[in-house]
Design a protein around this ligand. Structure first.
Ligand code: ADP
Length: 373
């Protein structure tokens, strides 16, 4: 039986483990919180820090393969494990390229992949000299996540909000739509591309809170986006599952925003809405089986369940019964016992051939389902 490890025990790890039940595999999770969403779904939970070299090497020693659910892992340790013969998905070199936004942006540039024009700033003082480059978006090189580590700098007055650390200053794109394309690559080099997902954001929290799949965009633009996503994955030269986030601008030009080298929020719907889910796909890759069918069975939308404003503490769910009574609606709670404003507590998938229904039900669920304390 193959022993497979996951670095990180959050909701993505949890959903990955759910899909593992279809295969004969022994699962391991490394995370520093024994009550994390994935802790009770794996065979072996190991308490430790995914950013600590020794913790990761000790965890991975003797495993057949290892994957990540977040980029902020100790890449040196993964390199050591790779040298010891553990298969690492994706390769540590690909994680290294993506983990730091400066390196990631330079990778796009040197591979001829369209991505917003940028300059590197190492301090607030350097940022202050770039008034001519505004409006722009300032992104922390390392350590940012979920919109933290990203600041919009429209004019001189915003410069104070910028980062006093290595960061990229990126030209502001006039976004028409944000989409994501998930690409799977096997050890033998086969590629499978999931249809694009359209993402809609809560501008206040700067967090994804609603998405529709397949994305409602013209075929030509989709082809461009898919070709670009494939080029990113080919450039990374690694098997694994990758989510490429892209912008479609007002002139229908497509730009790569960023890439996640792992299962991704933009692929939650694939559990119910596609023949092969992103999670199943990653198991196929790690177990060296043939890739699955990425085609949608039916269009879908997703609503994220976020902790309500003004509530922190033990989570209580309001409106669950009403949501569970709705047809073709699938609830996923991540098992987090505590809520705080904006925390990702779960998601709901809605299936329908009617675009109107996808949007109507998503809005309805957003209004009735509340996570309070
Ligand atoms: P994170 O890794 O925190 O998700 P992103 O780089 O995806 O950060 O940026 C978060 C959001 O900020 C994006 O989804 C987009 O809405 C906005 N954004 C990022 N870069 C740009 C840009 N160059 N132009 C316009 N908006 C941007």
């Amino acid at each position: 039986m193959q022993k497979i490890g996951i670095l990180g025990g959050g909701q993505l790890g949890r959903m990955l483990l759910q899909a593992s039940a279809n295969y004969v595999v022994e699962t391991y999770v490394l995370e520093n919180d024994e009550n994390c969403p994935a802790a009770h779904l794996c065979h072996h939970f190991v308490k430790g820090d995914i950013r600590n070299y020794d913790d990761v090497v000790n965890f991975g020693k003797g495993l057949d393969a290892i994957t990540i659910e977040i980029e902020s892992v100790n890449v040196d340790a993964l390199e050591t494990l790779e040298q010891q013969g553990v298969r690492v998905y994706p390769k540590p070199s690909a994680i290294r390229t993506i983990k730091n936004k400066i390196v990631q942006k330079e990778f796009y540039k040197s591979n001829g992949i369209p991505s917003p024009e940028f300059i590197v700033t190492n301090s607030k003082e350097e940022l202050a000299k770039q008034e001519g480059f505004l409006p722009a978006v300032h992104k922390l090189g390392e350590g940012g996540y979920d919109g933290k580590g990203v600041e919009v700098i429209r004019s001189k007055a915003d410069i104070d909000r910028g980062f006093d650390a290595p960061a990229v200053l990126e030209k502001m794109i006039e976004i028409q739509k944000e989409i994501a394309v998930i690409v799977a690559k096997s050890d033998s080099g086969d590629l499978a591309v999931f249809p694009a997902t359209e993402m809609l954001f809560d501008s206040k929290l700067n967090l994804l809170d609603f998405q529709i799949s397949p994305a409602r965009i013209g075929e030509q633009i989709l082809w461009k986006a898919e070709a670009m996503a494939q080029k990113v994955v080919e450039g990374l030269q690694s098997p694994g599952l990758f989510a490429v986030e892209l912008f479609v601008d007002r002139s229908n030009d497509v730009w790569v925003n960023e890439t996640a080298p792992r299962v991704h929020n933009s692929g939650h719907h694939t559990i119910e809405a596609n023949y092969c889910s992103q999670y199943d796909m990653l198991w196929r890759i790690m177990l060296q089986y043939p890739l699955g069918n990425t085609k949608p069975i039916i269009p879908s939308s997703i609503v994220n369940i976020l902790g309500a404003d003004g509530f922190s503490g033990e989570a209580k769910y309001e409106g669950l019964d009403e949501v569970l009574k709705m047809d073709n609606v699938f609830l996923h709670l991540y098992g987090k016992t505590h809520t705080k404003p904006g925390r990702k507590m779960g998601h709901v998938t809605i299936l329908s051939n009617e675009p109107q229904e996808l949007i109507f039900k998503a809005n309805k669920i957003k209004n009735i389902l509340k996570v309070i304390a």
